[in-house]
Each structure stands twice: as structure tokens, then as C-alpha cells.
Design a protein around this ligand. Structure first.
Ligand SMILES: [Mg+2]
Length: 129
């Protein structure tokens, strides 16, 4: 069981991910933008972050960059490319960041479960302090 933070401005996507993750036995915390996501990560015990890239206030790339600098061992998954925002380039950029896995929308429940379980099972790039 892991505590997973979902950061996405679309409620529908958050709800879909939450259902999939809860079915896999995980606990879920949600944020609607990168700034809120950072606040939650800094103040709660979070094992994994799933972040949308296109969000108001603070976008996913900015949030993932901040998280990676502050918490080198944080486990991060970037998602993007919904039917409304097909921007595969940005997902590529996120994927080039150190140890950030990616998941393209639309995704299936099996794809989400697979990338989440892989990421949770992976060795952290650096040991946390
Ligand atoms: Mg979005």
C-alpha cells in the first residue's frame, strides 16, 4: 500500500486515477495544480506523485523540477496528452528528467497499475536523508 498524490486540474482525470489506485490498494491525496501539489508533498508522507503537465497556477513540469531538486529520491510519474491537450513533446521533456516515468492519456487501468507498481518497486535514484 502506498500513499499516492495525484496532481491534475481535471476532476474527471483525478477521479479516474483515484478509482484505479484505490482498487490496487493505495491511498490517494489529490491536488488541482502544481503549487498545491508541492504544499502537500512538503507536509504529508507521500510515496509517489502522478502529475499532469498542463495545469493553471503552476504547471506539472515546474512542479516536477522543484520536487526533483528538493527531494532527489521522490518517485514521480508525468501524465499528459488528453484529448483536449495533445502535447506529446512536453511528455518527452518530462521523460528526460531524471527518473521521471511517463504515462500518456488516454490510459487504461492496467497501464496505470503497471507504471505505478514499477515506479514503487524501483530503487530510488538517491537515498533520502
Ligand atoms: Mg491539465
Amino acid at each position: 500500500m502506498a500513499q499516492v498524490l495525484i496532481v491534475d486540474d481535471e476532476e474527471l482525470v483525478r477521479n479516474t486515477l483515484r478509482r484505479i489506485l484505490q482498487r490496487e490498494g493505495h491511498e490517494v491525496v489529490e491536488a488541482e495544480n502544481g503549487e498545491r501539489g508541492l504544499e502537500i508533498f512538503r507536509t504529508q508522507q507521500i510515496d509517489l506523485v502522478i502529475a499532469d503537465l498542463f495545469m493553471p497556477v503552476m504547471d506539472g513540469l515546474a512542479m516536477l523540477n522543484e520536487l526533483r531538486q528538493e527531494f532527489p529520491a521522490a518517485k514521480l510519474i508525468a501524465i499528459s496528452g488528453s484529448v483536449y491537450e495533445r502535447q506529446p513533446k512536453f511528455l518527452e521533456i518530462a521523460g528526460r528528467m531524471e527518473s521521471v516515468r511517463t504515462l500518456a492519456k488516454p490510459f487504461t487501468a492496467d497501464q496505470v497499475a503497471a507504471v505505478v507498481n514499477d515506479t514503487l518497486a524501483a530503487e530510488p535514484t538517491e537515498q533520502p536523508d
